[in-house]
Design a protein around this ligand. Structure first.
Ligand code: PEP
Ligand code: MN
Length: 393
């Protein structure tokens, strides 16, 4: 039994335990021991996570956590009530899962920790992620041979190597133009081959991955498909580079996890694309999340580009957005351009005409090829002006 000692403290009437200091030292000693034990526990958890990552076992196993809590409560002899024991251990478990998750992030195949150097992707002699910023330009949808020829001629004359154009279109309404499908793929491919361009086009369905990869150079996974894990795995099994767009409301980490799905199947040639996220702002179609660019580059070695057109949904602020994206570290830009935007079958308000595209390139310091000359081109629409002048170098 510990004795009491009449220490004269602030309140003379309250007796202070004679060995309070000793008791406190004991409590502190136990604190240190607990800390030591928590550290030991965390190191074991970390070893378990290494095995889980290797074996593809999920980090959080609710049944196991439940079982451990049941056993701990059964062993509880007080004085803490069972509920307190449950609460304390749940907190320890939560901290362990957090530790395991951060560890598994560090060991992702796409993680900067697993490869320090930026990835450069080469397609038909063009580079994504190299020292020079690149541009992917072209219409929202492939519509006709004349349209694609006009775009392709303009791009090759102005030193742009990547041409986009959707053949399979993800549209909000099932009654809107859904793209020309296979015919669109062929028109895109033929125009690109005539002008030595690299094609970028969306694939929406696992059943068309083979078809699209036969005809296109870079497969685009659109925002609406970023969570389609079957599709991600399927493009991960083919040999074509994949341009992965950030989902409409996806976090940076979710985008990285989707990229990991592709890379985990063996295809490391993934380009991450920030294209704006949904916010409460109504002035733009989406809000361009510039911070995603340095964050993605910090977390992963994959090249990052920015689609300014689908971010803004309007033409008048594309150049400042493009400059901001490049200044933030983007390897390139995507922009929608059409010979006659007002006649486009999708996204007509946000597509630049070819003259505007030339201005955009100049404003973003994306230099046209030195030997390019002023170019005339034909449109396929009789109602339209038949020639438009575009800039040269
Ligand atoms: C597109 O690039 O054609 C497209 C539909 O963009 P997003 O998936 O970003 O909406
Ligand atoms: Mn579009």
């Amino acid at each position: 039994m510990r004795g009491l000692h009449g220490v004269r403290a602030m309140n003379e009437t309250i007796p202070i335990p004679i060995d309070m200091d000793a008791l406190r030292r004991e409590v502190e000693f136990i604190n240190h021991e607990l800390l030591e034990l928590l550290g030991r526990r965390a190191r074991l958890v970390s070893e378990i996570q290494t095995i889980k990552t290797r074996e593809g076992i999920p980090t959080f196993l609710p049944e196991r956590e439940h079982q451990m809590l049941v056993e701990l409560v059964a062993r509880n002899r007080g004085p803490f009530p069972d509920e307190t024991i449950r609460r304390l251990f749940k907190e320890i478990f939560r901290a362990s899962v957090e530790l395991m998750e951060s560890q598994s992030c560090r060991t992702l195949k796409i993680s900067r920790a697993s490869r320090a150097a930026d990835l450069q992707i080469r397609v038909r002699g063009a580079v994504i992620g190299g020292s020079e910023p690149m541009l992917i330009a072209g219409p929202c949808s492939v519509e006709s041979e004349q349209q694609m020829e006009a775009v392709a001629r303009f791009l090759s004359a102005n030193g742009v190597r990547f041409m986009r154009g959707g053949a399979f279109k993800p549209r909000s309404s099932p009654y809107s133009f859904q793209g020309l499908g296979r015919e669109g793929l062929l028109l895109l491919e033929q125009a690109a081959r005539r002008h030595n361009l690299v094609t970028v086009t969306e694939v929406m369905d696992t059943r068309t991955v083979e078809l699209v990869s036969e005809h296109a150079d870079v497969l685009q996974i659109g925002s609406r498909s970023m969570y389609n894990y079957d599709l991600l795995r399927e493009v991960g099994r083919c040999r074509k580079p994949v341009l992965l767009k950030r989902g409409l409301s996806a976090t940076v980490d979710e985008l990285l996890w989707s990229a990991e799905y592709i890379v985990s199947e063996g295809n490391v040639n993934v380009i991450l694309c920030e294209r704006g996220i949904r916010t409460y702002e109504t002035q733009t179609r989406n809000t361009l999340d510039i911070s995603a660019v340095p964050l993605l580059r910090q977390k992963s070695f994959l090249p990052v580009i920015v689609d300014v057109s689908h971010a803004a949904g309007r033409k008048d602020i594309l150049a400042p957005l493009g400059r901001a994206a490049l200044a933030a570290g983007a390897s390139g830009l995507m922009v929608e351009a059409h010979p006659c935007p007002h006649l486009a079958r999708s996204d007509s308000e946000q597509q630049l005409d070819l003259q505007e595209l030339a201005q955009f390139m100049a404003q973003c310091n994306l230099r046209p090829a030195r030997d390019s000359a002023a170019l005339m081109f034909q449109t396929d629409r009789p109602a339209d002006p038949t020639t438009v002048r575009a800039i040269g170098g």
